[in-house]
Write a protein of this length. Structure first.
Length: 143
């Protein structure tokens, strides 16, 4: 019996490897995105805390310090929003690359399965033909 050999196996293996690497990249990008969003949330919470704290009674210099701090905090929040937006975009791009690589690998895998099924069917036909030939050879011959 002939053993099944998929001619595109090397390409399938390479595509699987690429898909796995892109999956790892996607995980890294998602972690980076989550970190940037977490930092942004912390800054926004700090800004709210400062706004609430400002409502008390303070001296003029303390109020100016609060104002300066809130201004610096606002700038940091805007910068962090930019970093978070970039991280979200990178994560989305990584996801798109992973999805495409998965589709390519899946298409090759389906082709391999189809070829394997065709091979198995051909082997069964050949075995059936051999069994039929054996049965004909062993059948008693009329004299």
């Amino acid at each position: 019996m002939k053993r099944f050999r998929f001619r595109l196996q090397r390409i399938l293996d390479i595509r699987d490897q690429i898909r796995d690497e892109l999956r790892q990249e996607l995980v890294r990008k998602n972690l980076a995105r989550d970190h940037e969003l977490s930092v942004l949330a912390e800054l926004e919470e700090e800004s709210l805390r400062v706004m609430i704290q400002e409502g008390g009674t303070y001296s003029a210099s303390e109020l100016m310090m609060f104002g300066d701090y809130r201004l610096r905090l606002k700038v940091r929040i805007e910068e962090q929003q930019g970093r978070a937006a970039v991280a979200m975009q990178e994560a989305e791009e990584a996801r798109a690359r992973y999805v495409e690589a998965s589709k390519e690998a899946k298409a090759l895998e389906m082709l391999r399965q189809k070829r394997k099924a065709e091979h198995d069917e051909q082997v069964l036909k050949e075995e059936g033909a051999q069994l039929d030939e054996l049965a004909v050879q062993r059948a008693p011959r009329p004299s």
